[in-house]
Design a protein around this ligand. Structure first.
Ligand SMILES: [Zn+2]
Length: 206
């Protein structure tokens, strides 16, 4: 049954970004475009930062924490968590944590996102993360912005349709290193706001 506009009033959407070294050539302006659009439209989000990426882009990494965005941990080497030994997993997560803290001044705990979504249903991985002080955060809506031929309008359409279908509490996954993501961002924000959504950080989802 279709929801009336009244039922849609002020439902929450958490836009989340995996901020990482791209697995194909990244557009140099991608992350910048995303950050500028979020600032212009006064939207708070959550950034899962790869430690090794923060090391390579310290100025941009510092900027991720401005404008009230929440910082999470996206591992250091972006390896599959299920492929690591318990010691390897702990070492990688802690190294990312120390790197993110040193560069941004923010502790990413307790927010963690597994690279490739690998390990999100593995009790051993989740228990290891828990021991390190983390909870794993997956997503319900994949923007599919990582696809080679993704375009801004296409990404925006996918996100608006799926987040609206999910309703309150939708967590959306983006990758800021593609130009499609930057181009989609104004359309996503305006489109979801028109549908009654408000943007929250993961710590506001409760
Ligand atoms: Zn990733």
């Amino acid at each position: 049954m279709a929801k009336s506009p009244r039922q849609h009033a002020s439902w929450r959407v958490a836009l989340t970004f995996d901020v990482e070294h791209a697995d194909r050539p990244a557009h140099p302006d991608g992350t910048r475009l995303v950050l500028d659009t979020l600032a212009e439209r006064d939207v708070v989000t959550t950034h899962f930062v790869q430690g090794r990426w923060a090391q390579a882009h310290p100025a941009l990494a510092k900027e991720l924490t401005r404008h009230g965005h929440l910082i999470g941990n996206h591992s250091h080497h972006h390896a599959r968590m299920t492929w690591l030994s318990p010691q390897g997993l702990a070492g990688d997560v802690r190294l990312a944590e120390q790197t993110i803290r040193r560069i941004t001044g923010h502790d990413p705990r307790p927010w963690f996102r597994c690279p490739f979504g690998d390990g999100t249903d593995d009790p051993a991985v989740l228990a290891a993360l828990d021991r390190l002080g983390y909870q794993e955060v997956s997503w319900q809506v994949d923007a599919l912005d990582w696809r080679t031929k993704a375009t801004g309008p296409q990404v925006a359409r996918t996100v608006i349709e799926q987040a609206t279908a999910h309703g309150d509490g939708a967590v959306v996954l983006f990758h800021p290193w593609t130009l499609a993501t930057g181009r989609a961002m104004p359309l996503v924000i305006d489109g979801l706001r028109a549908a009654g959504a408000r943007f929250v950080r993961l710590d506001e989802l409760g």
